[in-house]
Design a protein around this ligand. Structure first.
Ligand SMILES: Nc1ccn([C@@H]2O[C@H](COP(=O)(O)O)[C@@H](O)[C@H]2O)c(=O)n1
Length: 289
């Protein structure tokens, strides 16, 4: 039905079911659809030319706004906690307190750096952050068809918004739910706002978000894009879901995590740095022929 789904890097535990969901979404049309997506390593690339691309946290961590001493501390945190985040031998319950610990320690280190708000745009410009190949078609297509895009990120909201802006695709159909920085009267980072969002508490955020973005509530078909098992709960705040199609980017530790992704995501994309599959599905759903 959709040639992109036949690529060897595309895995489905039940391709017939996937086809049924896509057909149901096509029949219902774009006015019933919303897209809920993670940001880091889902809308952005995991790697380019064999080199890892930065998350929104890493954009700051690697920047000139951070002292060498602090860079080392942040790197140590990354080396300690990232393997735990993606470890398939531990349960989410075991990981939860450790994720809170990572994010809290990292945010406190960033606050000590007295980061200036007016320098964020420059730091993003100088970074290696890249949206996935085909991103423009993805963002523009959603905008053209008035399909809301809710970005649900455990990254840094101010930084990820800047990445999208600088790529010229921050359209008015986008809503972002993330960790936002709080600046004092001099424009210096002094705290992070609201409840902390990390990889494995997106469900709580999703339930909170149910009241936040009322305009999304009447759209009962959901295309969900994620790269971690924590992203699977991002649509839990949507009432009366009729059809949901979950697409998971499996970027890292492929063999170890293949089974768990295949049993939870409808479509799994192995080391795919493009938006080709979501774009082809959206093209099919929005095509009215
Ligand atoms: N100090 C940190 C904390 C987290 N990360 C990574 O960011 C990702 C979270 O963002 P999503 O948009 O994917 O929700 C997460 O996967 C962590 O690996 C980081 O780089 N530094």
């Amino acid at each position: 039905m959709i040639p992109e789904l036949s690529k060897p890097s595309v895995w489905m535990r039940d391709s017939k079911r996937v086809e049924e969901i896509i057909q149901a979404m096509h029949r219902a049309g774009p006015s019933t659809l919303q897209v809920i997506s993670d940001f880091d390593m889902t809308l952005t690339r995991f790697a380019h030319n064999g080199k890892r691309c930065p998350t929104s946290h890493n954009i700051l961590d690697n920047s000139k706004l951070i002292s060498e001493d602090c860079k080392n501390n942040l790197k140590e945190l990354l080396n300690t906690y990232y393997p735990i985040e993606i470890d398939s031998t531990h349960t989410v319950e075991e990981k939860l307190p450790l994720m809170v610990e990572w994010w809290t320690k990292a945010h406190n280190l960033l606050i000590q750096q007295k980061i200036r708000k007016d320098l964020l745009a420059q730091v993003v410009k100088e970074s290696d952050a890249m949206l996935r190949e085909g991103y423009k078609v993805f963002f523009d297509q959603l905008h053209k068809h008035n399909i809301p895009l809710l970005i649900f990120s455990a990254g840094i909201g101010d930084v990820l918004e800047e990445v999208i802006h600088q790529n010229g695709v921050f359209h008015p159909n986008i809503r972002v739910f993330s960790n936002y920085m709080d600046f004092d009267e001099n424009g210096i980072l002094c705290a992070f706002k609201g409840q902390l969002i990390h990889t494995y508490n997106k469900r709580e955020g999703a339930l909170l978000n149910a009241g936040h973005f009322q305009e999304l509530q009447d759209r009962h078909n959901v295309l969900l894009l994620g790269d971690s098992l924590g992203d699977l709960t991002m649509a839990d705040g949507v009432h009366n879901v009729e059809n949901i199609l979950k697409i998971g980017y499996l970027n890292d530790k492929v063999e170890e995590r293949k089974e768990s992704y295949l049993s939870t995501y409808d479509i799994v994309l192995e080391k795919d740095e493009t938006m080709d599959v979501p774009n082809a599905i959206l093209n099919h759903i929005t095509g009215r022929q």
